[in-house]
Design a protein around this ligand. Sequence first.
Ligand code: HEM
Length: 429
Amino acid sequence: MNIAVRIDPNAEADTVPLADINPARPERFQANTIGPVFARLRREEPVHFTAESEFGPYWSLTRWEDIMVVDTNHQDFSSADGIGLPNLKALEEQDKVFAAMGRPRRRGGAGFITMDEPEHTVHRKAVSPTVAPANIAAMAPVVRERAGQILDALPIGRPFDWVDLVSKELTAMTLATLFDFPFEDRRKLTYWSDMFTNAPGHGPAKSWQHKAESAIECFGAFQELWNQRIDADPGIDLISMLTHNPTTREMSQDQYQGTVVLLIIGGNDTTRNTISGSVYALNKNQDQYDKLRANPDLVTSMVSETIRWQTPLAHMSRVATRDVEIGGKTIKKGDRVVMWYVSGNRDESVIADPDDFIIDRERPRQHLSFGFGVHRCVGNRVAEMQLTIIWEEILKRFPRIELVEEPVRTYSSFVHGFESMQVVIPARN
Ligand code: HEM
C-alpha cells in the first residue's frame, strides 16, 4: 500500500477494501464525506486496524460501547503519549524547525490532558475552580453583554462570515476573561489556537517555521502573565490558579506551556465550531429552527443536540499499557487506539435516528462529545453557557440567520469544524 497516495474524498466508502481504510485522513472530513466510512465500520468491523499510515498503525473504535470501555479505563489506556493521532512525518519536520531555532521540543506535552494518574488529577484540580459552576455563574452576565454587543454590530441584509464575526469573537472574549488576558489582544488567542491546530498550508499556518514562530510568541506572552501573577494577589483567572496552587506553581516551563496550549485550544476551536455548527444544523433542519423560535426554552437541549450532532472533536486517542481484548480483537500493549466520538455519536444502537438533528430529544446530554472518565472535558459547562447565551440573545434579535452557501470545512480529523460560513441576516425582529 502506498501511504503517500491521496484519497479521493468523494470515492464510495463501500468500495475501499476494509483493510485499506484509514479513517483519519483529513480529506474526507474537509469534504464532509466521512459519515459513510464510519457507518460501514460500525456495521462491518467496529474494532478496525489500520496497519500502515502517515499516523503509524492504529486501531479505530467506532461504536459507542467500545469507545466507553476505553475512555473509562485509564489504567489500561494511557494518554501520556498524546491524545491526537500524531502525523509522524509532520512531527519530524516540526522538531527539525524547533531544533534549528535552538528550542528542542518535548514530545506529547499538551498539559494535563496528556498526563496519567496521579499527576493528571493534581493538575486538573488546580484549574477546576475557574470553570466551576460558581465562577461560570459570575461570568455569565459579562458573556451575555458581550454576546449582545457582537450581535448588535452584525450587518443586516448583507452576507458575512459567521465564523469570523461571531463564533471566533465570542470564544475569544470568553477565553480572554477566563485567562484575564489583555482584552484588546483577545484575537491573538484565536490566532494562536489556529496556528497550533492547523497543518502548514491550512488556516493561517504557512509553514513549520511560521508555526514555530507563532508558538514562541504565544509562550512569551503567557510567560509574562505568569511573571506578573506569581507574586500578585491571587485572582480567579486560570493563570492565577496555576501560579498559586502549590503543585502547579512548581511546574516546569514545558508543563506550563503545554497547559497553555491545552486551555487555548480547548477553550477555542470546540466552542467556536459548535456555535457555527448550530447555525448550520438549524439551516439544514428548518422544522427544528421553527420549533426553536416557537419555544426558546428549547435552547438548552438544542445546544446539547448540536454538541452531539457536530461532535467538535472527532476523536481522542490512547496507547494500551497491556494487552486488552475488545470486540474479539486483541489490542496489544503499546498499540494506539482511536476513539471516534464522531462515529459513536451516530451509533444507531444507542441513539435513535442518530443522523437526524432533533432539538427536543428526551436525553439531549447523552453524547460522547465531552468524553468520559478522568479526562472528561473540564470546560463543558463553560461551553454550554456560551452557547446557551448566544442563542438566547440571537432569538431576541433575529427571526433568521440564513446560510448563503455550503461552509468551508476544516482540514482535520481532530478538530471537526468550519473555516468559514457565509450567512445573511435578512432582518431584525
Ligand atoms: C463544545 C465544546 C467542547 C467540547 C466538545 C470539548 C471536548 C473535549 C474532549 C473530548 C475532551 C477529552 C475527553 C476525554 O479524553 O475523555 C476534553 C478535555 C478538555 N477540555 Fe474540552 N471541550 C469543549 C470545550 C472546552 C472549553 C470551553 C474548555 C476550557 C475552558 C475546555 C477545556 C478542556 C480541558 C482543559 C480538557 C482536559 C481535561 C483533562 O484532561 O482532564 N474544553 N474536551
